[in-house]
Design a protein around this ligand. Sequence first.
Ligand code: DHE
Length: 497
Amino acid sequence: MQQSLKTLMLTAGLLVSPLITASTHVQTEALYQEHCASCHGSDRLGGMGPALLPENLARLKKNQAEQAILTGSAATQMPAFADTLSAESVSALAEFIYQPPAKKPVWGKAEIIASHLLPHPVSTLPDKPAYDADMMNLFLVVEIGDHHVTLLDGDSMAPIHRFASRYALHGGPKYSPDGRFVYFGSRDGWITKYDLYNLKVVAEVRAGINMRNIAVSADGDHLLAANYLPHTLVLFDSNNLDLLEIIPVENDAGESSRVSAVYAAPPRGSFIAALKDIPEAWEITVENNRARVRRMKTDTWLDDFFFDPGYEHLIGAARDGKHGLVIDMDTGKTIANLPLPGMPHLGSGITWDYKGSRVMATPHFRTNAVSIIDMNTWEVIKTLETAGPGFFMRSHENSRYAWVDVFFGPNKDKVHVIDKQTLEIVKTLQPAPGKVAAHVEFDRYGKKLLLSIWDEDGAVIVYNADTLEEEKRIPMNKPSGKYNVWNKINYEEGTSH
Ligand code: DHE
């Protein structure tokens, strides 16, 4: 957003002006209602702008919130208030939005149904692609810098289309089994169903106030949303996102829990949910559009999940960050305890064949390490030292390499390439010094891959997966995840599911 000279001088403290100043809570609330409520909702639950509640703002520092109020937010409708509000009012407003609301926010059946939008119902759309491309080798790139998504042709690596998304998408978008539709989830609870044939939004619905992620059933018929706020799982018919059921998440004693994440378990025809505040993992099956919950009590609170390819075992990260538990999905019993000391990020784990055995590898949030685990013996067979804690790991069945980023710390601009047969780091790349390089996704053949330069002035870099040479840079606004249709719908072993 362009800043006026006056705005710049006010921000720099070079100009003093008789601006509106709020000195009491009541005045601040009045300021909020006057200047913010039209976009962010009078109850702060969000509207055209994001929700302004403490849970939803956990990832935004207060000084960043103040800056956004003063100067606006680039590439959004958020205007600058430096010409209207005094520094004290800006601080008071920032303080105000981090306070819990006086009345506990409600997001139940009525709110969900009222939020439902159907701009282009499936039945009104032609069922042929409106453009020429290998529909199985498309990539979606989520650009979190200005909340957009770019559709890339995976053969030519050229952008086909770019469209606005809901605010702050998080988690992997999920494709329908035929790859035609994609479902996005936003941290504010919005689910968007998008038609890749016609480049149109089919339906949208808001499942919660603060949502973690969504999962689509293996048959494509149902979608389940995992919420932090309220403590619910919400089941939808995936066709037009009609609400089917709200599942309250609580234990036998009636204590409720946030849902950390929900996953589809295709071979079991079920969903698995990780609960944040109750030591239980839930398996949910849907019959006649009704959810049936099977509870597995666990020895401790488990957060981040990974599954073996047959979904016979669940591997969960213990909340203390010091180990992982392997749970037999049929008996619900813990069968192994893995020493994973640095808060493993199991959600981005991958598997491959190593000397006749299936191994899984996971980076860690708190340790400079990648752990490689034999999935038959459940032993850690190698701990690779990395240049810092990592976030995402990726490979492809046809590639001899696995890629892991160094997301945190002074080496955040580096990416390691691991040889899957020697289990050694064979190359470390630093494609854009000073800028985070993270999250890789391969094309359907495992021949090329995309890496994000995670910056507003960033890019997606195309590499040759064999020579590891850079082929192309496509400028993008803070690209985060990339998702290849073929890899995702075929549950490719090197990608997230
Ligand atoms: Fe994520 C996936 C949890 C912070 C970007 N993240 C996931 C998933 C979970 C998760 C459970 C798998 C869901 C799925 O794909 O359906 N993420 C968490 C956290 O608990 C954590 C650490 C804290 C939080 O505030 O939520 C967290 N995540 C982040 C970020 O800070 C990232 C880097 C930037 C952002 O957009 O918020 C981030 N998470 C991602 C991405 C995926 C993801 C890009 C999808 C990865 C994939 O390849 O599928």
